[in-house]
Design a binder for this molecule. Sequence first.
Ligand SMILES: [Ca+2]
Ligand SMILES: [Ca+2]
Length: 354
Amino acid sequence: MTMPEPAQQQQPTPPSKQPEIHVMPERFIGAATSYREPKRPAAPSAPAGAPAVPAAAKKPPLLLFVIVGVVILGAFGVGGWLLLRPKPKPAPAPAVNRPIPTNRNINRPTNANVPTNVNANVNANVPANVNAPTNVNANLPVVPPPPLRSSTDSDVDGLTDAEERLYGTGLTRPDSDGDGFLDGNEVFHLYNPAALAPTTLRDSGLVRIHEDAVRGYEILYPSAWTRRVLDETTGTTTFTASSGEFIQVLSENNPAGLEIAEWYLSRSPGVSRTELESIATKGGYAAVRSPDRLTTYIASGSRVFIIPYNIGNLPEISFRQTYEMMVNSFRVTVAAPITPAPGSTPTSTATSTP
Ligand SMILES: [Ca+2]
Ligand SMILES: [Ca+2]
């Protein structure tokens, strides 16, 4: 087998030199079973005197290339290691204690109380209550507030001096008839204070009987007083004293038959029930009194009889016990009320006992 001649070994021979002949290295010798040295062209014979070609000028051996390659690879390896080796971490900077900034708590005045809570609730409804007094029944007698004190009562027997003269009793004799009962107490219970019991006022001639057949009632009044029927329709009658004070009697309907206090409060809503004085007259009628204690309301079936005491502009009350006597003397004479026809003839009469 003939080995192909390597291409590199076919380098052109410099024109000035002899063609170079490559010889197989010693190590490859023997690997082939048969090798024959190529025939070399016959070298021209050197001219005489020409220098011989040195052996060192021949091609460098392969080992040299290997060594050079190993050196180059080693150089690249060292360079790569230097480039890729882990770089040492920089030493940490020394810790510097920096001053901690002070926390500034700035309270901004945004929480100031804005005066927006001003109470704007104006109660405009208050003046509306002024209309309350208009609910009072205009038909009820208007009695001005009387003074609390009575006129002079010299002997303190319950009758003022004016009443003592009215009934003919002594101004300084509390028990004028000496029967053991004070003069004022006898008048209150319809007895004659100037005569021994059991003489009554009705029998004394000191009082008269007013009878109203239309309204169906009767009442005593001092004989010295004047009587006047003011309104035939309502039956309003006035009994007037010489001082100008007067006591009236009139009637109102109570169709629902309300209890007297309820009837009064229905006409006078501004008054509390506790302000009323409930009494029972000597005639046995349930009655109430106005807060000033100068008007008495007596219930009887479907009617209410009203007895006001008006002192006018006087500063004192002179006939308090006489007023009590008249209320206690009141009697209903006709159980069934008679409704007067418009324009009917008044039938009120006045009688007196001897
Ligand atoms: Ca007296
Ligand atoms: Ca007496």
